[in-house]
Design a protein around this ligand. Structure first.
Ligand code: B3K
Ligand code: ZN
Length: 873
């Protein structure tokens, strides 16, 4: 394929940044849409930025060039090749016309202009605009776009692009056109075009200053009854951003289009978001509570980008976290302000401690602001997004809400309408608050997860308590030396009754967030007249691994007495981790599983505590995933971990069966609503069900719930536990569900996920068989991720089968996707990158697969970068 590199891909470095020699101030686009031959005419107003520059290098990929004109004259002084069009002999200021032809129907990469079902849509971030026309496809070139879209009227009654609709009309041959104008200068990655036939949900919003905004959500015909929650979430987002951040929407219209073929979650194109239908479509019958929460978060996230990303964009792609880390922070705060803050925090922290820490340990480990990139799409990572958000959160912790908001205000005053850097952001925070962030900046350049080791000593005679904190970050690929970081370390001390002991040093009271900035530091608190219990890293105040030798008694104490819920949950997690590790070691020595009664009792106490939010209780009782547990080991023993986690679940289930059962029945609800309280109850009820599945009543209870359920949350909860616990009712449920939903790919994804996670010995055969299912399509990223990624990423025992069959399967899939959709391939390869964490036999097998992949003809840049890093580490 033309778009695959034939020569070794080269890397770009952050330190090589150079401002462009020319810029484009205005761009007028005209699209004449045809399935296999769409014509694009792009007229740019170009201004020289560096005196004497006469050649302009434009980016392009998979384009057929038709003509070039400069100031209305045919221009032949150009060369075309290797993804560039170099136009020579240019004046200082000119109009440039470029006409290209593209083939949307053949575009399986889903980048640039492509067809999703019957509709045309685009995805341009990071570098997809160059697949539409030759352009300065870089985020620091900001132009005012005006876009004319022409297409067949019957097939494509809706023609959309960025900004406001300014004109439209009819043409011959049943075609029509619409003209769009976006008054805000933007980089090409924020361009969007959609053409199709949809059902539209309309509403409107009046901003705080009185601007009327039309809100439109476009969905496939017949799906109108699934768009309401997205609309509610959009309105909530607009309101929240005004109230919490003082930020208002700036166009007359906000459009969201849901498409079925999409490489990621959604895209924040100015005024015209394109969404994976997974993050728009929901009703009680088709979506789970978790789906609803995902919709709220992603609708919020894309909306919040309008200021953090669009109004102020990134100077270059190394600065991606400038918009992503900040916008994730904003969407997390949005979800926390509207829903349960502790539950949101717990779930975000699970992502950090599981997959993000794992990324930090692997060959792709990079700082939140990477230094070297081969394929930009490979850097839309948990590190840039989630750790990026943690870095913003740490600044928020250090500065406080008021100073942080002052920093935001200054950031917008300085950079609105421009392309900025991460340094610009930190500078604004520093200047607005007067708080030094000098050492703090290292979080942007240092990769890996710091380990914070703590020792404490109670000095009874002088009523002091000494806390010694040491930090250390292990070397990561390309970064052997690490520096100490500025870690906001949130601590609290409790007396034996659970009262908070105020912190003071030398008689002066001090803030509970300690500034840890050195490799080793000592904090001595005075006025402590009894041995305290310490709670540390409260709220996960920094993305680090805490090491401290807690006793069981201290942990069970904190599970009850810690003042904030997050700290109580965390104490529970540490306690579980102790006994998981203990039993993995026992299992490896052929010894049986054991768990002290006091540990079970601590969890029983939580389960029975009526004062607690049921959603929080559910989190307390949710065990860490096998993947997270795997991350605690240098060499992972998948079988031992799997068996210990199974035993742990069973022991808790059997010893607390009566309590689980009583609570399960008491939480029955008469009807389904998506209020927080109702969701919370379902969450705890279904957690109880997951445990009860491992008791004698399991099969009948789960079968009954499936049959009685009138909503997808309870249906899926029953199916998931039937799958996990391999209950007899599983087969009937799976067959029934597939009969019912075969026509609906999005709903079938839930079923595909279960097939992928199926613990049965013949799971891989089932997965292969499932690929023949009518609803499956390897070309659809959602389907592929549901089945293949869940098998390879979330079914460790079967994927890591000793005969290597799981590995061969992944290579087969990657080989196909390498040509059809390398971005999806590049996400799926992740389990291979961790091969060094397994025993020698498995390491050898996985390495052999990576080597096979490295030999592929036309290996896409996306896979090349990861395979190369994995092999060279
Ligand atoms: N900015 C997009 C992600 C683009 C990914 C390109 N491979 C969605 C988001 O983060 O909001
Ligand atoms: Zn984003």
């Amino acid at each position: 394929m033309a778009e695959q590199p034939t020569i070794q891909p080269t890397a770009k470095y952050r330190s090589d940044y150079q401002a462009p020699e020319f810029t484009i101030t205005d761009l007028s686009l005209e699209f004449d849409l045809h399935e296999t031959a769409t014509r694009v005419v792009a007229i740019s107003k170009v201004e020289q930025q560096v005196e004497g520059a006469t050649s302009m290098e434009l980016d392009g990929d998979a384009l057929t060039l038709i003509r070039v004109e400069i100031n209305g004259e045919n221009w032949s002084d150009y060369t075309e090749g290797e993804g560039k069009l170099t136009v020579n002999g240019l004046p200082a200021s000119f109009d440039m016309l470029i006409e290209t032809e593209i083939n949307p129907e053949a575009n399986t990469l889903l980048e640039g202009l492509y067809k999703s079902g019957g509709a045309y849509c685009t995805q341009c971030e990071a570098e997809g605009f160059r697949r539409i026309t030759y352009y300065l496809d870089r985020p620091d070139v900001l132009a005012r776009f005006s876009t004319k879209v022409i297409a067949d009227k019957a097939q494509y009654p809706y023609l959309m692009s960025n900004g406001n609709r300014v004109d439209g009309g009819e043409l011959d041959n049943g075609r029509h056109w619409v003209q769009w104008q976006d008054p805000f200068p933007k980089p090409s990655y924020l361009f969007a075009l959609v053409a199709g036939d949809f059902d539209v949900l309309r509403d409107n919003y009046t901003t705080v200053s009185g601007r009327d905004v039309a809100l439109e959500i476009f969905v496939d015909k017949g799906n109108l009854d699934r768009a309401e929650y997205a609309m509610t979430s959009l309105i909530n987002s607009m309101k929240w951003d005004e109230e919490r951040f003082g930020l208002e929407y700036d166009l007359d219209i906000y459009m969201i289009v849901a498409v079925d073929f999409f490489n990621m979650g959604a895209m924040e194109n100015k005024g015209l978001n394109v969404f994976n239908s997974k993050y728009v479509l929901a009703n009680a019958k088709t979506a789970t509570d978790t789906d609803y929460q995902g919709i709220e978060a992603v609708i919020g996230h894309e909306y919040f980008h309008n200021w953090t990303g669009n109004r102020v964009t990134c100077r270059d792609w190394f600065q991606l976290s400038l918009k992503e880390g900040l916008t994730v922070f904003r969407d997390q705060e949005f979800s926390s302000d509207l829903g349960s803050r502790p539950v949101n925090r717990i779930n975000n922290v699970r992502i950090m401690r599981g997959p993000q820490f794992s990324e930090d340990r692997g060959p792709m480990s990079h700082p939140i602001r990477p230094e070297k990139v081969i394929e930009m799409n490979n850097f839309y990572t948990l590190t840039v997004y989630e750790k990026g958000s943690e870095v913003i959160r740490m600044m928020h912790t250090l500065l406080g809400e008021e100073n942080f908001q002052a920093g935001m205000k200054l950031y917008f005053e300085r950079h609105d309408g421009t392309a900025a850097t991460c340094d610009d952001f930190v500078q604004a925070m520093e200047d607005a608050s007067g708080i030094s962030l000098e050492k703090f900046r290292r979080w942007y350049s240092q990769s890996g997860t710091p380990v914070v080791q703590v020792e404490t000593e109670y000095l009874e005679q002088d009523s002091r308590y000494r806390v010694t904190v040491r930090q250390h970050t292990a070397p990561t690929p390309g970064q052997a030396q690490k520096q100490p970081l500025h870690i906001p370390f949130d601590v609290e001390l409790y007396d034996a009754k659970g009262n908070v002991i105020p912190l003071q040093c030398d008689g002066k009271s001090i803030h509970n967030v300690l500034d840890v900035t050195e490799a080793e530091q000592e904090f001595v608190f005075d006025g402590i007249d009894q041995q305290p219990v310490i709670s540390m890293l409260r709220e996960f105040s920094a993305p680090v691994i805490l090491e401290y030798d807690y006793s069981d008694a201290e942990l069970t104490f904190l599970m009850v007495h810690a003042r904030n819920e997050f700290a109580r949950w965390d104490a529970g997690q540490i306690l579980l981790a102790k006994y998981i590790k203990h039993n993995v070691a026992r299992s490896q020595n052929g010894e049986s599983f054991e768990l002290p009664e006091a540990v079970v009792d601590a969890f029983r106490g939580v389960l029975l505590d009526e004062k607690l939010d049921p959603a929080f209780i559910a989190e307390m009782l949710t065990l860490p995933s096998e993947n997270e547990v795997a991350g605690w080991y240098k060499t992972v023993d998948v079988d031992a971990i799997n068996s210990v986690m199974g035993e742990l679940e069973k022991v808790l289930a059997v010893t607390m069966e009566d309590e689980f059962s009583a609570i399960y029945h008491s939480l029955m609800q008469a009807s389904y609503t998506i209020e927080h309280e109702a969701m919370a109850k379902r969450s705890l009820r279904n957690t109880c069900l997951a445990y009860l599945a491992h008791t004698e009543q399991g099969n009948s209870l789960v079968a009954k719930q499936y049959e009685a359920s009138d909503n997808m949350t309870d249906t899926m909860a029953a199916m998931a536990v039937a799958n996990d616990a391999e209950l007899a009712c599983r087969a009937d449920q799976m067959a029934d569900f597939s009969d019912k939903w075969t026509q609906d790919g999005l709903v079938m994804d839930k079923w595909f996920i279960l097939q992928g996670k199926n613990p049965a010995e013949n799971a891989l055969d089932n997965v292969r068989e499932t690929m023949k299912h009518k609803a499956f399509d390897l070309k659809n990223p959602n389907r592929t991720r549901s089945l293949v990624a869940s098998f390879c990423g979330n079914n460790p025992v079967r994927f890591h089968a000793k005969d290597g069959s799981g590995y061969q399967f992944l290579t087969e899939i990657l080989t196909v996707l390498n040509t059809s959709n390398p971005q999806v391939a590049s996400r799926l390869i992740e389990p291979f990158l961790k091969y060094r964490q397994y025993d020698e036999h498995r390491q050898g097998l996985m390495r052999a697969e990576l080597e096979k992949l490295s030999q592929l003809e036309n290996l896409a840049k996306d896979l090349f970068e990861k395979v190369q890093k994995a092999l060279e580490l």
